[in-house]
Design a protein around this ligand. Structure first.
Ligand code: DQA
Length: 155
């Protein structure tokens, strides 16, 4: 496997650890990045970890993943509930897509119950705290292993 797993984070996630810690916990995004890198390295996977408060920047990273990404793990933050443009970008990506939410969005305000991204996501993790990112990477790693084993069996 040569291409990377793109781990993308949307608006306000740069404030992780400071923002509403009773909902999102005390870990910072840098802590999450470190844990994701460790988990990915354990599986021999490369990671591109990004955060932006700009919708267009997130879309550009999704486009980049078309050429350089094997999978996308995305916490789109509030764009989850608003962004048809991010959904369109994800629909132009061929690999697996996993949507992660630190909080259980279904237990919160009703406007958080709808996700445009879920229309594309192959799996959704919500309410597992920051561990959700690691679970998503674990899933990516097992899908890649299965695909490699299938390719071996054919050749
Ligand atoms: C979030 C949930 C969203 O509703 C919210 O806007 C966020 C974070 C989460 O990780 O729980 O910014 O995606």
């Amino acid at each position: 496997m040569t291409s990377a797993v793109f781990v993308l984070n949307g608006p306000n996630l740069n404030l992780l650890g400071k923002r509403q810690p009773h909902i999102y916990g005390h870990e910072t995004l840098a802590d999450v990045e470190e844990r994701c890198r460790g988990q990915a390295a354990h599986h021999g996977l490369d990671i591109r970890f990004h955060q932006s408060n700009m919708e267009g920047q997130i879309i550009d990273w999704i486009h980049e993943a078309r050429d350089h990404g094997s999978a996308i793990v995305i916490n789109p933050g509030a764009f989850t509930h608003t962004s048809v443009a991010i959904l369109d970008a994800l629909n132009a990506f061929d690999g697996p897509v996993f949507e992660v939410h630190i909080s259980n969005v279904h237990k919160r305000e009703s406007f958080r119950h709808h996700s445009y991204v879920s229309l594309r996501a192959d799996g959704v993790i919500a309410g597992f705290g920051t561990q959700g990112y690691l679970l998503a990477i674990e899933r990516v790693a097992s899908l890649i292993k299965v695909a490699a084993a299938e390719a071996d069996a054919v050749s």
